[in-house]
Write a protein that binds this ligand. Structure first.
Ligand SMILES: [Zn+2]
Length: 252
């Protein structure tokens, strides 16, 4: 069993009523929050899943991790304080980032360590957590960021995180049962500049090249128009397409 539930999929300027990046991944043995962007702590509390085993952060843009701040209070002082601490998997250098952030209110990395067991993952290495086999691929983004592949013996989900199209991404996502891909731009077809995001047509193209069985588009600013997004992706990719809306759960 492997499932992906959207808690939020907003870009950095959040869509009304939608938190930023945050997804609940559940397998037979693990329950992992992937990204914890602004607004995710309250979405998670509303869903109130059984205890998390893991939290994984793809990169340190605010819309992918800021709610670790309110979430850590759940485990220090809030109603989840008796729950086991989840493992918090951070990109390399993550401990120093959290130490700097907490220093603003005279805290330190220990502030977060009171709530989570911190680990910096090595993106060149595999991560094995119970029945999950996790691998990483570098994104083409404005800061260090990793796409994530989560495999169990029966299913594979690939999450692009934030990235412009790359040759590497389609290879990395090859054969995925579910490809969760960002589509943060409106129409980038005439934009040849170096950039760190893609549009829906490019996401559809990546999904087609990867041979993905199903595509979930996320990180979509609502002003682009959801029909437009679906239409452009559908022109490139003929498999099933969903748009990331809070509460959407996909079992693969
Ligand atoms: Zn980003």
């Amino acid at each position: 069993m492997l499932s992906w539930t959207v808690l939020g999929g907003s870009p950095a300027w959040p869509n009304p009523g939608q938190a930023a990046s945050g997804y609940l991944l559940e397998s037979d043995e693990r329950r992992m929050l992937i990204d914890c962007g602004s607004g995710i702590a309250q979405e998670l509390r509303a869903v109130n899943p059984p205890p998390l085993t893991d939290i994984l952060i793809t990169h340190f843009h605010a819309d992918h991790w800021f709610d670790l701040v309110p979430l850590h209070y759940a485990f220090r002082y809030g109603s989840w304080r008796d729950r086991p601490k989840p493992l918090l998997h951070l990109p390399p250098g993550g401990r120093a980032v959290l130490d700097t952030v907490a220093s603003v209110w005279d805290g330190s990395v220990e502030t977060f360590e009171a709530a989570f067991d911190l680990i910096e993952y090595d993106p060149h290495d595999d991560l094995r957590l119970g029945d999950l086999h996790i691998t990483f691929a570098p994104c083409l983004h404005y800061t260090t960021c990793y796409s994530v592949k989560i495999a169990t013996p029966s299913a594979v989900i690939v999450f692009s995180a934030d990235t412009a199209p790359t040759e590497r991404l389609a290879r990395f996502a090859h054969g995925a049962d579910l490809f969760v891909c960002e589509a943060a731009l409106g129409d980038a077809s005439n934009d040849s500049s170096e950039r760190g995001h893609m549009d829906a047509a490019e996401a559809g193209r990546e999904a087609r090249r990867a041979g993905a069985k199903r595509l979930l588009l996320t990180h979509i600013p609502e002003e682009i128009g959801y029909d437009f997004v679906r239409e452009r992706a559908g022109a490139e990719y003929k498999g099933p397409i969903d748009l990331a809306m809070p509460g959407l759960r996909i079992d693969v």
